[in-house]
Write a protein that binds this ligand. Sequence first.
Ligand SMILES: Cc1ncc(COP(=O)(O)O)c(C=O)c1O
Length: 387
Amino acid sequence: MDRIARFLQQRADQGLLRTLKPVDSRGAGKLHRGGRELIDFSSNDYLGLAHHPHLKFATQEAIEEWGVSSCASRLLSGDMKIHHTLEEKVASLSGKERALVFSSGYQANVGIISALVGRGDAVFSDKLNHASIVDGVGLSGAKCFRFRHNDLDHLETLLKKHSHEFKARLIVTETVFSMEGDLCPLERLVALKDEYRALLMVDEAHATGIYGPGGAGLVAGLGLTERVELIMGTFSKALGSFGAYVAGSAQIVDLLINTCRSFIYSTALPPAIAAANLAALEIVTREPERGRVLRENAAWFRAALIDHGHEVRGSSQIVPLVVGEAERAVAASSALAEQGFWVLPIRPPTVPAGESRLRFSLTYDHSRQQLSKLIENIDKALHVSVC
Ligand SMILES: Cc1ncc(COP(=O)(O)O)c(C=O)c1O
């Protein structure tokens, strides 16, 4: 207990102790906190679907029919027709033979990677990959080579030097990176993975619903579906719901059903959530303007910030504005909150020292008028925060 108390005290002394801060309510690009309404730039509900009446209705209907829980894991008695309907839909959208649904993106990545590779194999992983990928690689027992973020020359150097030492090689990357807001150079990546006879797994968590035909993701958008062995994505971000999927060959899906521990030893996705996921996929196909408007607004916002002299990264709906020191990011975030904008400061160790940033997560619900007002306030907040 002393050790725990000491650890917590140390964290608090360093200003790094994290605590939970519940919101009063959230939706339509806004959140309520402490009795105040704030425009929300911290949500992953990129397409504004979390409160969509079609998702709510589908969920309520499914609860009436099947109740709240799936009551068991898939391989026992928790397997329901709706899971299969959802998997068929995802497979067809992704252009792959089969798909498998998971209860969360974290579970998917941890389980898939540790099922695919093990001792004697190698994983080549982008340095900025999500913690769930890092943990999956750690659990697998495979040798891990981390390449500099989006630096395919570095990846090639590592492949050239080490790939022949291993039985199997897996390359893993996100397609849209959540802290940089940038895209993976997929065309060259697929060429490298072919040359070095590796498997390629991509995490489309921040791309599903926004990029590609029907929101299938960046891989489909670039016409590379055939060349990527595993396409993982989540229902928990742009699709406004919960859970995750992987799409691939029938063989890969059968392997996962038989060996992926986070799939086997966990209760199946609740049927009402599967219904919400199906409803979300339907809306994305029916209303492609949601993704288009979001992408256009993000490009407009990014260009306007650059015009105002700010250092902005990436090219997606996630817009990171680099401000330098952590204190400056925290002060700017507080100043923006005072003005009614909820924007998270991202600090080390999440990003390198000196690269603290404000991370704007844009959604379909944000209007150009709100974004213009935000830019005015960013200018003021950053001016105020350096004084
Ligand atoms: C790239 C990436 N992969 C996976 C996950 C995990 O997804 P989930 O929240 O559904 O567990 C996240 C969540 O932030 C993510 O950003």
